[in-house]
Each structure stands twice: as C-alpha cells, then as structure tokens.
Design a protein around this ligand. Structure first.
Ligand SMILES: [Zn+2]
Length: 406
C-alpha cells in the first residue's frame, strides 16, 4: 500500500536538515547533506533495499528482481537544494520512488527486473558552480578535471569529498554500463504553471530543454563620477545594461527561447565611481538546439556591437552547455498509459528546467513524470503540492513500475 501522507512527512523531515534556521538550503557534501543521506538510507533499507552512499555522495538503493543481478529500472532525483529552496524539488522524486519500492516489498512482489532508487547528491550545482555531478558519475560522464573546482571558501571538490569521508579515486566505479540500466524514470514537481492552468495533477515530459550558460565581462575605464564628462566615459555597466536588454529582445523574438541575466557585479562598485568592469551571467534555454544556438549567435553579435560602440572589451566564457534531452517515446507511452489508468487525460509538456535525466541519457533512455505544484512556484520556500497530487503521482509511478517493459 502506498502511503501518500508518509511521502509528505518525509519531505518535511528532509527539510529540517538545512544550513538555514528558517528555510531550506542544503548544498552538496555539507553536514546537512550527511544527515539527509542517513535518513534516506534508513528509508531505503526499511523498504527492503540494499542501500549505500556511493563515492560521489549519492544515496543508492537496490531492490532485486525475480533473481539477483538483473538489469534495473532506475528511479531517482536529487537531494541537494538551491539557496532558500522549497522542500519538494528533487526530494519528492526520491521519496516517492522509495514509497513505491516499499509497497512492492510489503506485498512480497519481485519484478522481472531490479528497481534502483538514486538520491543524487548534486543536481543544482550551488556549491561548485557545475551541475549534475551526482548523475554524471552514475552515467559515466563525470569529468575528473571537475575535482579541482572550488567552492566560495576555496575548498576543492576533491577535498570536500574527502572531508565527507569519500574516496574520489573510486568515482569511476560508480559509473553504470549500458544495459545495466533499462531506463531512468524521474518524478519531479513541474516548477511551472501549465498543469495547474489545465487542472491536471500530472504530466508526461517530452524533453528537457537544452541550455547554454556564459560568464560575460565588459571592461571599460573606472573614473570619477563627478569629473569625467558623459561623452568621454567608457562605462561598463551602461554597456551591460544594453546587453541585458538584448537578451530580453532576442529571446522574446524566438519561440520558446528564454534568456536571463541572473547575476551581475560591478567594479569597483561605489556610488561615486564610473563602473570600470562588469561581470554578468547569461542563461539561455530552448526546446530545440538549433533555436538556442541561433539565439546565442545573435546575442554574441549584439554584445560585440555594444562593446565596440562603447569602446569596451568584451569576453564571453562558456560555463556549461547541454543539448536537448529527448524523452524516449516508448517510455512516454508507458507513462501516458499509467496516467490514463488513473482516469486522467495524458498531457505531454517539455521541461524548461534542467534535471538529472540530462546526464542519465548517456547511459539509458529517460522519461519524467511532472506533478503539479502550486502557482508553478519552485526554488522558493513557497513551493507547495497537495497531498492528493502527491498520491496521484505515486500511483502513476507505481503503475508505470509494475507494467514497465524495457
Ligand atoms: Zn530539481
């Protein structure tokens, strides 16, 4: 029997492991993550799984099929959060998957495949500025160079892993081979308003949008805010402001492209000094790679034009890019059937946010089930779902697992 109340209670229990007193922030390889991992490990074992923390800090549980050693259907999501986060983004998928295995185990059921549940240690990338570290290790695409990435305190990922009690040399062994994972399926809150607007509790994801992230700098000349005439200025912030407007204009003109300047820093950063240097980020996403690359090319040209006109020096450094991750048609069809079995209209929609499936596609076909969230709000303490929707999501996932055909 699925227990939807327990799902929500466990989301609450995990939310208590936070570096914030009044709110939720739990970053990769933190003391709070250690506590959260211990809770999840306990729940996995209680649900009849063999479970452990792997070399990158993921919690990994396995429920054997009809006989030991069968390839698995992998379920999962992430256990890290953004800063001042909600309690369902990531955690709901891990906890619901454990709940489904719990129900299988309670009924003494074994399937013709194993079921594994992964609670990925890093999806959001808050601490080291690079996302999907947990799922990339599992998918076999973890780049050893990333071990030298540093957090805000100057600690390398390698050191943070050691401080957490893990051995970075064992990360390659976390990787699964093709064939060991029959499919990767993730339940996640929608993080958008589409399902709520259509009064549907769940939706089936068609693809995870691709994205490009850049660090952009403009350098001009800092000067006295009182003495330098306007026509003789090389104001880096005025140039950056034009760039931000170009992002808005270019993204708005292309269907389904979204572009954001989410962070900006001026130097020297004083009320009476013309900004000589500005650093900002660009985040560009689209459901089609051609569209995203077209937008990127247009923006690059626009930024160059703005810099040239203002005699500023422009640099653009790619931080991370990911192509579109399509969900497998055969898996979407199985999810559709599981949704229909609840008497609901199957609704397909793309994901504007990134997810662990982007990394997992390197080792297996992926699919995702979205659960409606209140007003589409996420990455925010106001993130909220109803008990009914949590229950519906769990039943659909359970039905999908029970009828799963590789
Ligand atoms: Zn998430």
């Amino acid at each position: 029997m699925l227990d939807p109340l327990r799902i929500l209670q466990r989301c609450d229990a995990l939310a208590r492991h936070s570096e914030l007193k009044d709110g939720l922030t739990r970053v990769f390889l933190s003391a709070e993550q250690k506590q959260a991992n211990a809770l999840v490990l306990g729940w996995m074992r209680e649900a009849g799984m063999r479970a452990d923390v792997d070399a990158i800090g993921n919690v990994a549980g396995r429920y054997e099929g009809e006989r030991p050693g069968l390839p698995c259907l992998m379920l999962g999501s992430h256990l890290d959060t953004v800063r001042d986060a909600g309690r369902y983004d990531g955690m709901l998928g891990v906890i619901t998957a454990i709940e489904c295995v719990h129900a299988l185990n309670a009924a003494g059921r074994r399937l013709p495949f194993a079921v594994e549940v992964l609670g990925f240690g890093d999806e959001e990338g808050v601490r080291f500025g690079t996302t999907l570290l947990g799922s990339r290790a599992v998918a076999g695409t973890f780049d050893a160079k990333t071990l030298q990435a540093v957090d805000a305190a100057g600690t390398t990922l390698e050191q943070a892993l050691r401080d957490f009690g893990l051995d970075p040399a064992r990360i390659p062994a976390v990787a699964r081979r093709k064939g060991e994972v029959l499919a990767y399926a993730e339940l996640h809150i929608e993080q958008g308003p589409v399902l709520e607007a259509e009064e549907l509790p769940v939706g089936v994801v068609t693809a995870i949008n691709g994205y490009s992230r850049y660090a952009v700098s403009l350098t001009g000349v800092a000067g006295h805010a009182g003495t330098v005439p306007m026509r003789l200025r090389r104001d880096a912030l005025a140039g950056a402001a034009e760039c931000a407007l170009a992002v808005e204009r270019v993204a708005s003109a292309l269907p389904e492209v979204v572009g954001t300047v989410g962070w900006l820093q001026t130097k020297p950063g004083a009320i009476n000094v013309i900004p000589g240097e500005v650093h900002f980020t660009l985040d560009l996403r689209a459901p089609k790679d051609e569209l995203r690359l077209a937008a990127l090319a247009e923006l690059r040209a626009a930024f160059e034009g703005i810099a040239a006109a203002r005699a500023l020096v422009l640099t653009m450094r790619e931080l991370q890019s990911f192509g579109v991750t399509p969900c497998a048609e055969r898996l979407m069809a199985q999810l559709d059937a599981a949704v229909a079995a609840e008497g609901l209209k199957p609704r397909r929609l793309p994901s504007g946010a990134g997810h662990d499936g982007m990394a997992m596609q390197a080792v297996a076909d992926v699919c995702m089930l979205f659960v409606r969230c209140k007003h589409g709000i996420s990455h925010n303490p106001a993130e909220s779902i109803t008990a009914e929707d949590a229950a519906t999501g769990a039943r659909v996932l359970m039905n999908f697992i029970e009828k799963f055909k590789p």
